[in-house]
Design a protein. Sequence first.
Length: 285
Amino acid sequence: MLIRDILNETARNFTLAGIPSSRLDAEILLSHCLGCERLDFFKNPSLPVDEEMLASFQKLVDRRLAGEPVAYITGHKEFWSFTLEVSPDVLIPRPETELLVEEALSLCRETAAEISILDIGTGSGAIALALAYEMPFARLTATDISSKALAIAAKNAQNLHLDFRIEFLQGNLLEPVDDFFDIIVANPPYIAEAEYGKLPVGVKDYEPLEALLAGDDGLDFYRQIIAQAPGHLKSGGWLLVEIGATQGAKIFNIFQTSGKYRNISISNDYAGLPRVVKARREISG
Ligand code: SAM
Ligand code: GLN
């Protein structure tokens, strides 16, 4: 069978199964299987694929049809300007999370000096790695409750030659941390219990529960992080959190009623949805 025909047929089957990015998924899986770039398909659409290769490709297609996310099948996901290793032990980094990185970077551009940043619940390491990559003088600390997630994050740090600038700590939120930081970032779990069952199959049945679930109203982690962060922020330091699209007003309110922050603001993502809340610790003294 020819590459062109395989891609057309697979994309059609994915579309029939209700998979939205059908053509892209077909191309990513075939390039993974053949060990080539997606670009090669445009250059050589009429190259044949042998039976054996086709059989192993079909296995990947079947996994996708069953609902497994492409990134878990290939073991990779693009984030920021690099490729991260992922496994079912970590949340697949989302494009929306790049807004959190951008917001943190824009605060740091104000200061050229060495700065310290904490990423709570680092998962694959996506946020911490993007910040370390963009800020050669920053010192990063990244935590997670899951030691399996931290193993993936540490591997990604090594692959990107950023391991010597990031300290990884296992534990609950800010408990494993002693230091004070200029910036604390977090994309915590934010799915309310009642919402969990409504998530797409690829999320609900494949991504780690502890990366998603956040109590009755989905705000448990924000309450804790907003309460604990001032104890680890330098005077005037910033806390930035990614939020679920409907949670903006409530989280703004939690920041406000804590009385420990000023300059509280919400930023929208590229889809126009509220996605990041940032606030500055009251300057003491
Ligand atoms: N930062 C990554 C990203 O943006 O792609 C992963 C975010 S994922 C939504 C939340 C992460 O928080 C998961 O890696 C999960 O293991 C971690 N986590 C859950 N509960 C935690 C806790 N109590 N303390 C620290 N990390 C926790
Ligand atoms: N963005 C994830 C989703 O689409 C949720 C991630 C989180 O809970 N922080 O379900």
